[in-house]
Design a protein around this ligand. Structure first.
Ligand SMILES: Cc1cc2nc3c(=O)[nH]c(=O)nc-3n(C[C@H](O)[C@H](O)[C@H](O)COP(=O)(O)OP(=O)(O)OC[C@H]3O[C@@H](n4cnc5c(N)ncnc54)[C@H](O)[C@@H]3O)c2cc1C
Ligand code: FES
Ligand code: FES
Length: 493
C-alpha cells in the first residue's frame, strides 16, 4: 500500500496553529510549552503524572465532535497531538486581564497559597465545569483526584469548584462559543495521511488508519507503540529510556470503538478509561469503585484498556477482573488476527504472548451468565491515584444445591504476572458456598502464590489480604456484610 505521507505534525496551541517538522518522539508537551514556547504557567511537579501541576486541556475530535479533557502535559508526547487543540492556563484570562470564572472563583474562595499547584487545579476545574457546570462534592473530588496541593487545603478549592457557575456562565465560555469554529479548524487539519517525522531512533509515526498501523508494525516490529503514554511516559521521564522509533496510536478512531455484541462487550484497544466508563458500569456495576480509582482524572482521560493489558504489569488493575470475567485479547499482525484468553496472554514477568509486529486490537468481555456472581477489589496505600498493592477479581456460580459450580479467582500483586488462584478455585468447586468452605479454601492461597515484599506491601500482608478479599466476596455475595454492619452499628450505638 502506498500511503501518502506528511512530514510534520500540526495542532492548535491556544489560538495558534503549530506545525513541527523537527520534533523528537519523546519530547513532552510540558517541555515544549515551558522551554520552547515560554508558556510557564503550566508547572512541573513530579514529571510522572501524579501531582497534576502540569494539567492542560486537550481537545480532540471524537466521532467528529470536539471534546476537551484534562491531561498531564509531563507524560504526554508532543508527537501524539497531531490534530488536537491544546489549551493552557495562559489562554484563560481575557486580554484586558479579567480573570476567567474558574480563576475568579479560586481567588474569591482563597483557594491558593504558594500557587504552584494552582494552574493545574484551574485547568482540571475548567475541564469539569465545561462538562458539568453544577458538580456535587463527589464529582469535584473525582475530577481532582489527580491534583495535589501541599499547602492550601482542599476545602477552599472545593468551595471554588462549587461557585464557578455563580461567577460565570459556561455557555458564554470561549471553548463553548468557539467550539464549532475550532472543530472546523481541526477537521481541516485531518488530511488522511500518515505522519512521519525524523529518522532512526528519532523517527515518529502516526499511522493514517488502522490498516496502515498494522502494515507499519509488521514492517517495523521494533517500534514502540504509544497509546495514552501513561506508562511509556514514565519510561522516558523517570528511566531516561530510548524508545524510538515510536508509533503513536491515540488518534486512531478505529481503536476507540466500543460495541455491545450479542454475548459481550468489545472495546477497541485505544478506548480510554473515561470513554469506557459508562458502558463498563452499565454492564458491570461492580466495577464502579475500581474504575473510579484508576489513576486520577487526567490518567483516566489518557490511559487505555489496551495499554493496561499490553503493558503486562503484575499490578495493573484491569487484568484480574478481565481474567475473572473470561475476557479475550484480540491480536493483529498485518492482516492476520487471533484471539487469546487473557489469562494465557501473560506468560511471565515482562513477557506476553505477542509476536514481533503484533498489536492488541481489542478486548472482548463476555456478559455475566444468569446466576454468576462477580466482584473486584483494589487495595492500595492511598485511596486515590495509587497503584494496587493487591487487586482481586472473583466470579462464581452455584448449582441448584448451593454448591460451587464454577469459580474463577484472579489476582494482581501476588506474582510476576496477573494470575489465577487455581488451588483456591479447586478447594471451592463442588463444596457448599459457606463460611466453613471459605475458611478451608483461604489456606490454599499459599499454594497458589509466593508474593514479593516490596515498598507497596509485604509478602505476609499480600497473602492475608488475598484471603480476606475472598472472605469479603463471600460475605457480599450472601448479603452478610450488611447484616454484620448493622449488628456492628447496633453494638456501638
Ligand atoms: C499517575 C498514574 C497513575 C496510574 N494509576 C494506575 C492505576 O490506578 N491502575 C492501573 O492499572 N494503572 C495505573 N497507571 C498505569 C497506566 O495508566 C495504565 O497501565 C494504562 O492503562 C496504560 O495505558 P496507556 O494507553 O497509557 O499505555 P501506554 O503507556 O501508551 O503503553 C503501555 C504499554 O502498552 C503498549 N501498548 C499500548 N497500546 C498497545 C496496543 N494497542 N497493542 C500493543 N501494545 C500496546 C505500549 O507499547 C507499552 O508497552 C497509572 C499511571 C500513572 C502515570
Ligand atoms: S508534573 Fe506532576 S503530574 Fe505532571
Ligand atoms: S497552593 Fe501551594 S501547593 Fe497548592
Amino acid at each position: 500500500m502506498n500511503t501518502p505521507i506528511r512530514n510534520s505534525i500540526r495542532f492548535l496551541l491556544n489560538d495558534k496553529l503549530i506545525e513541527l517538522a523537527d520534533i523528537s518522539p519523546t519530547e513532552t508537551l510540558l517541555d515544549f510549552l515551558r522551554l520552547e514556547r515560554r508558556l510557564r504557567g503550566t508547572k512541573e511537579g513530579c514529571a510522572e503524572g501524579d501531582c497534576g501541576a502540569c494539567t492542560v486541556l486537550v481537545g480532540r475530535l471524537s466521532d467528529s465532535q470536539l471534546k476537551y479533557e484534562s491531561v498531564n502535559a509531563c507524560i504526554r508526547f508532543v508527537g501524539s497531538l497531531d490534530g488536537c487543540h491544546v489549551v493552557t492556563v495562559e489562554a484563560l484570562a481575557a486580554r484586558d486581564g479579567t480573570l476567567h470564572p474558574v480563576q475568579r472563583a479560586m481567588v474569591d474562595t482563597h483557594a491558593s497559597q504558594c500557587g504552584f499547584c494552582t494552574p493545574g487545579f484551574v485547568m482540571s476545574l475548567y475541564g469539569l465545569w465545561m462538562q458539568n457546570p453544577h458538580p456535587d462534592v463527589r464529582e469535584i473530588e473525582k475530577a481532582l483526584q489527580g491534583n495535589l496541593c501541599r499547602c492550601t487545603g482542599y476545602a477552599a478549592i472545593i468551595r471554588a469548584a462549587e461557585s464557578i457557575s455563580a461567577v460565570g456562565d459556561v455557555n458564554k465560555d470561549p471553548l463553548v462559543t468557539e467550539r464549532a469554529r475550532v472543530r472546523e479548524q481541526l477537521l481541516s487539519l485531518k488530511d488522511g495521511r500518515r505522519v512521519e517525522v525524523g529518522a532512526g531512533k528519532q523517527r515518529l509515526v502516526l499511522p493514517a488508519d488502522l490498516d496502515d498501523f498494522a502494515e507499519f508494525m509488521d514492517a517495523n516490529p521494533g517500534s514502540t507503540i504509544v497509546a495514552g503514554s501513561t506508562d511509556v511516559g514514565l519510561w522516558v521521564t523517570k528511566f531516561m529510556r530510548e524508545i524510538g522509533p515510536v508509533v503513536f496510536i491515540s488518534h486512531l478512531d478505529e481503536l476507540r470503538g466500543m460495541t455491545e455484541e450479542q454475548d459481550g462487550l468489545r472495546f477497541g484497544a485505544g478506548v480510554s478509561y473515561t470513554d469506557a466508563y459508562p458502558l463498563v458500569i452499565q454492564h458491570f456495576p461492580q466495577l464502579t469503585e475500581l474504575w473510579n480509582r484508576i489513576g486520577g482524572e487526567q490518567v483516566r482521560n489518557m490511559g487505555t484498556i489496551g495499554g493496561n493489558v499490553a503493558n503486562g504489569s503484575p499490578i495493573g488493575d484491569t487484568p484480574p477482573l478481565l481474567i475473572a470475567l473470561g475476557a479475550t485479547v484480540l491480536l493483529r499482525k498485518g492482516n492476520v488476527r487471533r484471539s487469546v484468553p487473557i489469562e494465557n496472554f501473560f506468560i511471565e514477568y515482562g513477557k506476553q504472548d505477542r509476536l514481533p509486529g503484533e498489536f492488541v486490537e481489542a478486548i472482548r468481555i463476555p456478559y455475566l451468565k444468569p446466576g454468576e456472581q462477580f466482584g473486584v477489589y483494589k487495595i492500595s496505600k492511598r485511596l486515590d491515584e495509587d497503584i494496587s498493592s493487591v487487586c482481586g477479581g472473583f466470579k462464581i456460580s452455584l448449582d441448584a444445591h448451593g454448591k460451587v459450580d464454577t469459580a474463577i479467582i484472579a489476582f494482581g500483586g501476588m506474582a510476576g504476572t496477573p494470575k489465577r488462584a487455581g488451588s483456591v478455585e479447586q478447594a471451592l468447586i463442588g463444596s457448599s458456598w459457606t463460611e466453613e468452605t471459605i475458611d478451608h479454601a483461604v489456606s490454599q492461597f499459599a499454594t497458589d502464590f509466593t508474593p514479593l515484599t516490596d515498598w507497596r506491601a509485604s509478602a505476609d500482608y499480600r497473602l492475608l489480604t488475598a484471603q480476606n478479599l475472598l472472605r469479603r466476596f463471600y460475605l457480599e455475595s450472601t448479603g452478610e456484610t450488611n447484616v454484620r454492619l448493622n449488628r456492628y452499628a447496633a453494638a456501638v450505638g
